[in-house]
Design a protein around this ligand. Structure first.
Ligand code: GSH
Ligand code: FE2
Length: 371
């Protein structure tokens, strides 16, 4: 069984989709923001249900679509614990596994390109991110990179896999798609037959230009590609937008409005998410299920029309503010006054604190309940 390999020509990035052939549960590795429509179309074409988005590291050259994919498909997000991607729901450690249907992906900590970088093993395949590239390896001159660590990750972790293991890299800049551990061990010009000192000297002398998008990409990737307004928590006046809905409000302001009967809270997460993460008391539950390009959901239209009794404004919340914006736009199209709640509802604050994330409904001292 082989992974689906997808390519983003702008950043030369490979994205991989793995799935269980009978349950159709799928996992995506290193999805690229600009390719989200292609990836959603691929999932539809193969009849797959995305259950995990996984990052090999916090990328410097492109922005991930992990946060958006999670919002649109209900997938959970996973990233290496050492990468500082605080928004990822699961912080992976060496030897951790992720299940999709009856299939298992195993994490290998392979530092060097970045300190947190990981590779992932599935069956007879290894997804090496920017640790091992075909006839090359990731650079080590930025983002906590370290050439000696990379040498050890290559020679002691990846080259310890069976020679027949297929290598699926994070990038290729010369039109190649995959390799094997045996081929790379024998012929990779950066590392084959080289001592650690020789490898470090070679890496130190590369003098590569800085990636074009690094200043924009790294901060965005630390929040799974979703950029929050960090002032959101302090916003006690609605902030108007030009984006087709009335404005953004903080969770506190939304709650104040709801308590005072000035607005109706609408929770656009799915039933499964509400059960899993927690319920916001009094919020009208109506899932926003529209995938890009799909027809509108008439149930949503009916439910929000009913919720806006007496012309009351609606304040919409989801997990991280992607679906709630789309839903607020739709409610506005229906002639309703609709606001988006910044930062959404991420559940257990202790788990969030561990993930280094500051947002979330309960974090703001607002009530919630677990079923
Ligand atoms: N020209 C590319 C450079 C990309 C780049 O530096 N890629 C990193 C991975 S994030 C790398 O390790 N490249 C290895 C190499 O170029 O040898 C850009 O501007 O984005
Ligand atoms: Fe990279």
């Amino acid at each position: 069984m082989k992974p689906l390999q997808l390519f983003d020509p702008d950043s030369s990035t490979f994205t991989y989709v793995l799935f269980d052939q009978s349950t159709r549960d799928a996992l995506i590795i290193d999805p690229v923001d600009e390719q989200i429509e292609r990836d959603l179309a691929t999932l539809r074409e193969y009849g797959l249900k995305l259950v995990w988005t996984v990052e090999t590291h916090a990328h410097a050259d492109h922005i991930t679509s992990a946060g958006k994919l999670a919002e649109l498909t209900g997938a959970r997000t996973a990233a290496p614990v050492g990468c500082g991607i605080g928004t990822a729901g699961v912080q992976l450690r060496h030897a951790d596994t992720l299940s999709f249907g009856g299939e298992t992906l195993s994490a290998l900590h392979t530092p060097g390109h970045t300190a947190g970088s990981m590779s992932f093993v599935w069956r007879e395949h290894v997804f090496t991110g920017d640790t091992l590239l075909i006839n090359g390896c990731g650079r080590t001159d930025f983002q906590s990179g370290n050439a000696a660590d990379l040498y050890r990750s290559l020679t002691q972790v990846l080259f310890a896999l069976p020679d027949t293991t297929t290598v699926w890299p994070g990038h290729d800049y010369q039109g190649r798609s995959h390799s094997t551990i045996g081929q790379e061990k024998a012929g990779n010009p950066r590392v084959a037959g080289k001592s650690e000192a020789e490898f470090v000297a070679l890496m130190d002398a590369l003098n590569l230009p800085k990636p074009r998008r690094i200043d924009e990409a790294v901060p965005a990737n630390l929040t799974s590609g979703i950029r929050h307004d960090m002032d959101g928590a302090l916003l006690m006046q609605p902030r108007p937008t030009q984006s087709g809905y009335a404005g953004d409000v903080s969770p506190q302001l939304a709650w104040q409005w709801a308590q005072a009967g000035r607005a109706v809270l609408v929770d656009v997460r799915t039933d499964a998410e509400r059960e899993w993460v927690g319920f916001v008391p009094g919020a009208v539950p109506v899932a926003w299920k529209q995938w890009p390009g799909m027809a509108m959901n008439p149930q949503f239209d009916d439910a929000v029309r009913q919720a806006a009794v007496g012309g009351k404004p609606l304040v919409l919340l989801c997990r991280s503010g992607v679906r709630s914006i789309a839903a607020a736009k739709r409610a506005t199209e229906l002639g309703l006054e609709a606001y988006n709640i910044l930062e959404g509802f991420e559940g257990d604050p202790d788990a969030q604190a561990q993930r280094g994330r500051k947002g979330g409904w309960r974090h703001h001292g607002l009530p919630w309940r677990q079923n």
